[in-house]
Design a protein around this ligand. Structure first.
Ligand code: 3HC
Length: 302
């Protein structure tokens, strides 16, 4: 990381202001991380309720810091002031780097990226927080694909150190270096990876989820699997982790991986995560996933 950091520092463009598109759990977390490390950030969404959720995510993460005695109320206020919520593209002409974190849907991402590019200064770097979609294919239709690369954070953003910086076919060294420098400035551990469906982490993570699905299909109880994996030493078992990530994001990512690696990532039965999603369960974000969250965190489901 030190080596990558040194190279990035040389080739990177300075970024005095960030923008985050999509104020969901990831977008809110990324905005928090920028603000808490001192960079002003515009948080844009198309819905007021979503913006409020994003600010709420950031506020809760700041509250945790205050509760732990690591931050005082006035610093918390200063951090919140660094986050500018907006429904429009106000201030995008002064932004150095954008992280797109809208819903994991290629068509929507294309539309959002193309529109955003037209509002940015020509030297600004545009990145996507996609967890699986190819960066080369997302770059299609952009006027300046050389200024585009992936910047994949993990959930919960304040706690997860890793950021995958993904180099698409047309990404310039400057784009990659700027994303690496930004991740470092945000206190994260960037790794540069080449473009392919799922990049590095999800190519490791999804075979694990596939094995989990197979066990469920064989009739093993999800809570039992969680208990075993947590006793094994992992911070959370696969059912709880799927709820944290969001079942919609899980299913989208799974579809991309199946299409990318049909031999290795195909299913011989419908994954239970998909069935739950069809019943309207999105995981923690709507209070219903493998577990029921209506009475607080991780209540056991009947
Ligand atoms: N936001 C901010 N901070 C949080 C948090 C959140 N949502 N949840 C927990 N924390 C902090 C707590 O404040 C606490 O901080 P402290 O150590 O300074 O006091 C610390 O995390 C530990 O919290 P808890 O004791 O309440 O709970 P845990 O011990 O279970 O830790 C966890 C929480 C850090 C989230 C841990 O469970 C963990 O590491 N889970 C794995 C998460 C993971 O694998 N994420 C990747 C998902 S994959 C993904 O995002 C990619 C996508 O493409 C699929």
């Amino acid at each position: 990381v030190k080596q990558v950091g040194k190279q990035a520092a040389k080739a990177a463009r300075p970024v005095d202001k960030l923008a985050v598109l999509g104020a969901g759990i990831m977008g809110g977390g990324i905005a928090y991380q920028a603000a808490v490390t001192g960079t002003p950030v515009i948080l844009k969404d198309i819905r007021q309720e979503a913006l409020e959720l994003g600010i709420d995510t950031a506020t809760k993460a700041l509250d945790r810091q205050v509760a732990k005695g690591k931050m005082d109320e006035s610093t918390k206020k200063d951090c919140l002031n660094l986050i500018e919520p907006t429904l429009e593209f106000d201030g995008f002409d002064r932004v150095g780097l954008v992280v797109e974190a809208v819903v994991e849907n290629e068509k929507i991402k294309h539309a959002v990226l193309t529109e955003t590019e037209s509002k940015l200064p020509s030297e600004a770097i545009l990145t996507s927080n996609t967890s699986t979609i190819s960066i080369t294919s997302l770059a299609q239709g952009l006027q300046r694909p050389e200024n585009f690369c992936g910047m994949h954070f993990f959930n919960p953003v304040p706690m997860m150190p890793l950021v995958e910086v993904i180099r698409g076919e047309k990404s310039s060294e400057t784009a990659v270096a700027t994303a690496v420098a930004c991740a470092l400035k945000m206190g994260k551990t960037p790794i540069v990876v080449n473009d392919c469906p799922g990049f590095l982490v999800n190519r490791v993570l999804f075979p694990y989820f596939n094995a989990f699905n197979r066990l469920l299909h064989d009739g093993v109880d999800f809570q039992r699997i969680d208990r075993v994996m947590e006793a094994f030493g992992w911070p959370m078992g696969p059912a709880y982790l799927a709820d944290v990530v969001g079942l919609d994001t899980m299913v989208h990512a799974d579809e991309v991986l199946q299409a990318g690696y049909p031999e290795r990532m195909g299913h011989d039965h419908k994954p239970i995560i998909e069935e739950l999603l069809e019943q309207g369960a999105l995981g923690q974000k709507n209070g219903r996933g493998f577990y029921d969250y209506s009475n607080g965190p991780r209540n056991k489901q009947a």
